[in-house]
Design a protein around this ligand. Structure first.
Ligand SMILES: [Zn+2]
Length: 94
């Protein structure tokens, strides 16, 4: 969920609101009830707070890579075919 930044036209207070992208923009200042506008422009307006998004991507990339590695047949002397699919015999060999 993105964080939106608002500025009150009444008291000039700026505040951030964590909202789903589908939420309606805030129109009233929580302090003075004055009209607020959303700060958009110069790349602002939507601020992705924290690194959660990056962490998710990073993790899934690593995960995929790992999955790929583990899906490679592993040479295995315990197997009649000489290879062991998806590393199933690693534990047996160890
Ligand atoms: Zn205000």
């Amino acid at each position: 969920m993105p964080t939106y930044e608002y500025e009150c036209r009444g008291c000039k207070k700026t505040f951030e609101k964590f909202q789903p992208i589908t939420a309606k923009p805030i129109r009233k200042c929580p302090d003075c009830g004055g009209p607020v506008h959303r700060l958009i422009g110069a790349g602002a307006g939507i601020i992705f707070k924290g690194s959660g998004f990056y962490q998710t991507d990073y993790r899934s990339e690593n995960y995929k890579k790992k999955q790929k590695e583990e899906s490679q047949p592993v040479s295995c002397k315990n197997s009649p075919t000489g290879t062991c699919p998806s590393g199933g015999c690693k534990a047996a060999n160890a």
